[in-house]
Design a protein around this ligand. Sequence first.
Ligand code: 2HG
Ligand code: ZN
Length: 462
Amino acid sequence: MNQDLLSELAAIVSPSQVLTGEDAAGYAIDWRKLFPGKPLCVVRPGSTEEVAAVVRACVKHGAGIVPQSGNTGLAGGAVPDSSGAQVVLSLSRMNRIRAIDPVGMTLCAEAGVILQTAKEAAAEKGRFLPISLAAEGSAMLGGVIATNAGGINVLRYGMTRALVLGLEVVLPNGEVLDLQRSLRKDNAGYDLKQLFIGAEGTLGIVTAATLRLVPQQRNTLTALMAVESPQAALALLARAQTELGDNISAFELISGISLGLVEQHFGLKSPLQGGNWFVLMEAASTLPGLRDVAEEMLGAALEAGEAVDGVIAESGAQAASLWALREHITEAEGRAGKGAKHDISVPLIEIPAFLAAAEEALAPTPGLILNVFGHLGDGNLHYNVVMPKTADSEAINRLVHDVVARFGGSISAEHGIGQYRVGELARLRAPNELALAQALKGLIDPEGIMNPGKVLARRGGP
Ligand code: 2HG
Ligand code: ZN
């Protein structure tokens, strides 16, 4: 049967686009190398029609399909299990930008377009695609949309979901659902595209999308500030919002421990030495004058004790070096040792109390390094824990998530559930919410072939 499926797939996409054995190895494991899988094969369709035909062939043979684009996710959502029976459907060849409309401010592109490539294409027309992630040089639009990715610009522009105007999806029965209306306003019935955004490929395969663009901001300001506590960082945020309003495009909290890891593993030094907490802020505008406002704001914050030190980047290169500190944290953490990631959010006002409570919950476990950083402006922290090899990372996940639940938070603010958090979602979500999600999954994917075992626990199927 497997051989029949392999031949049918080869007939659809050509034999050179069906990879097995060693050729498939790079697609079988996630970026963190936590979930090594074993696919039947990797198939690389070049068009929406080919994706649809591949899905129909997999349905016929009862094979599970794992959609994959850039495979930069941190929750194991885009890799196969170890059964040797699942088909990885790579969207990497679907890498055409179909259209850019600088007046309507939209970009229509296929799922395999690298996020950075899409951003560069928009920039050539004086427009900005406001999804900014450390992984944007390899993340692809399909995965960005399927995981409803966040990143540093959410504070100003919202999650990916807020930027998707239209979507093209291949359904689990192999039909193409064309939701590419690309309208700013469209209240004609249910907004079905939202079902597929953030569903992590469990309801269908995103093959193309129309995204909302904004004007390219000509003036950007980047500042790194040292603060005494998370509470002070929140006061600084409130001040910045008052003074700079919607111009704030990123407001990141970074612990001294995170900066220490970056220095230790990459030799990158912060211009502000010492201190437990830092804020990296970016503001951007089409109009001049940002710098004066920011300097005044920072001066007042220093006087009020909300910040204790600060630098404003003098050039693009300096701004880039400040951002490099932030962008190397994930890799530095990976080099530091075994890690448990917690992509949490709580109401902003609860951040200081959450941090204190989580630290207290973990205090009895010896040898932990708390690598805490993230998108303070969104109430989203990466409360990551580097631990000794022998430590029980699942027990640590549960301890942290229980604290998150106490504060009315979410166990995945922006990375998704993937396979990493399926158990924790099942443990912590209300039964009726889970039941409704399972009912939707059953309706749209009755055979259970779409990305089995991701987001929701498996219920039969391949
Ligand atoms: C970031 O904010 C990413 O840099 C990665 O979401 C977070 O490594 C992480 O846990
Ligand atoms: Zn993040």
